[in-house]
Design a protein around this ligand. Structure first.
Ligand code: PEP
Ligand code: CO
Length: 444
């Protein structure tokens, strides 16, 4: 399998791309990127693809989460650790309470570029290019910051490399050891009901671990975890420069991350994103919003995975709580009837965004839960497998989504609203979600 050149890809037509004023500067950045070492190893992508095949078969559950948009400034040890520990905690809750293997994937180490509904932003009569994520321009509302700067692609590469390095150290160097699960949350268990619930579960797991130790069992799985990176493959310059031929298999892999997905705004069947991702051997996802028809989904599948490689394609639906029960059954039925086997994953975030009167973009925790419930109900009725959860979250105690156990109100949002893009679940809301999903999974 060959891959089209970057120019050919642009000629096909790509939505949501930066406009670089200086082509020489752009080419220099892309050439530098092409020489950089891969961020992930193709063999790891194969391992994840096999795990996604298990998800598609109904034998495992995907947990995928992280920021809507990573920022260069946010690449700190604390931030990375906090995101990892909330995902690990959620994974333990899901694994223990539902007795299902959980495939753990971060929305991190590459999630720096954002599709936008408008190319420009106007404030008090001044119009500038919209913020498209730190991979493209800066958030500050000045002409200098909002310029599309190709040098940022290199900054993103280095930031992703630093993030992945730390994640690899944490997940294999002892931090992710199951016996550490209390330590992940010691600073907050005591003052929140969900923290107490987590601690009680931890005590049960401790007893099981003590038993295993007493009988001399010490499986490696207790000490390290498999954790994968993912992001939306949006900026062609970045993804193309990091697409390489694997020396083992002679196949192209996009080595910018283990799992790449195509967003709701770039899933045109004849567009450049679908073209590029159809050529790579990584496991990939496609976001499907309420306007996608079953025929769209089937055509996308045929184009993205003509050889029907198990685990290659995941459909991530993001319909909204008010639509999922109407739209998902028909989609699953027609796709299944076409003989297509995919992992079905719910993104209960992007169909449930609204603005409060005080001007914050937010999501209601209840709507998020309702969409997840709808997802489980539909799969139960059809006898199909609810394969996973794709969420925007942070390990910090931000106030960006309303509701949840601590009943955040619209007025509370001002307290700690830090996202540069979509609102994320905070740590307590994320753990609450994990317990609720575990109940839905085990109640099947
Ligand atoms: C996202 O995942 O942040 C996103 C933009 O989602 P979607 O493509 O589903 O709108
Ligand atoms: Co988002």
């Amino acid at each position: 399998m060959s891959i089209p050149s970057l120019d050919d890809l642009h000629a096909i037509g790509a939505a949501q791309q930066p406009t670089y004023a200086d082509q020489v500067e752009r080419d220099r950045a892309v050439d530098t990127l092409r020489k950089m070492p891969p961020l992930v190893f193709a063999g790891e992508c194969d391992a994840l693809r096999d795990k996604m095949a298990a998800v598609a078969r109904g034998e495992a559950f995907l947990l995928q989460g992280g920021d809507c948009a990573e920022t260069l400034e946010g690449v700190t040890a604390e931030n990375t650790r906090n995101k990892l520990r909330v995902l690990l905690s959620m994974a333990v809750v899901l694994t223990y309470a539902a007795s299902v293997p959980v495939v753990k994937v971060g929305r991190l180490a590459g999630q720096f570029a954002k599709p936008r509904s408008s190319d420009t932003e106007t404030r008090e009569g001044v119009t500038l290019p919209a913020y498209r994520g730190d991979a493209v321009n800066g958030f500050d509302f000045t002409p200098e910051a909002r310029r599309h700067d190709p040098q940022r692609l290199l900054d993103v590469y280095h930031a992703s490399s630093a993030t992945l390095n730390l994640i690899r150290a944490f997940t294999t160097g002892g931090y992710a050891d199951l016996r550490q699960m209390h330590v992940w949350n010691t600073d907050f268990v005591r003052n929140s009901p969900v923290g107490e619930r987590y601690e009680r579960m931890g005590a049960e797991i401790d007893r099981a671990l003590a038993f295993m130790e007493a009988i001399g069992a010490d499986p490696a799985e207790l000490h390290t975890v498999d954790f994968y990176s993912s992001h939306e493959a949006l900026i062609l310059e970045y993804e193309h420069a990091l697409t390489r031929i694997d020396s083992r298999t002679q196949l192209p892999y996009d080595v910018s991350g283990h799992f790449l997905w195509i967003g709701e705004r770039t899933r045109q069947l004849d567009g450049a994103h679908v073209e590029l991702l159809s050529r790579i051997a990584n496991p990939i996802g496609v976001k499907l919003g309420p306007t996608s028809t079953p025929d769209d989904a089937i055509a996308l599948y045929e184009k993205l995975n003509p050889e029907r490689i198990p685990g290659k394609v995941t459909f991530v639906t993001r319909f909204g709580a008010d639509k999922i029960r109407d739209l998902l059954p028909h989609l699953i039925e027609k796709v299944s009837a076409a003989g297509v086997e995919v992992a079905w994953v719910t993104d209960p975030m992007h169909g449930n965004t609204f603005a409060t009167e005080n001007g914050y973009k937010t999501r209601d925790f209840d709507a998020v839960i309702d969409e997840v419930r709808g997802f489980f109900e539909v799969h139960r009725a059809l006898g199909t497998w609810p394969g996973g959860l794709h969420v925007e979250l942070t390990g910090d105690d931000v106030t960006e989504c309303v509701g949840g156990g601590s009943r955040l109100s619209a007025a509370d949002l001002a307290h700690r609203y830090e996202t540069l893009c979509d609102p994320r679940l905070n740590r307590a809301q994320s753990l609450e979600l994990a317990f609720l999903v575990a109940e839905m999974l085990s109640g099947r």
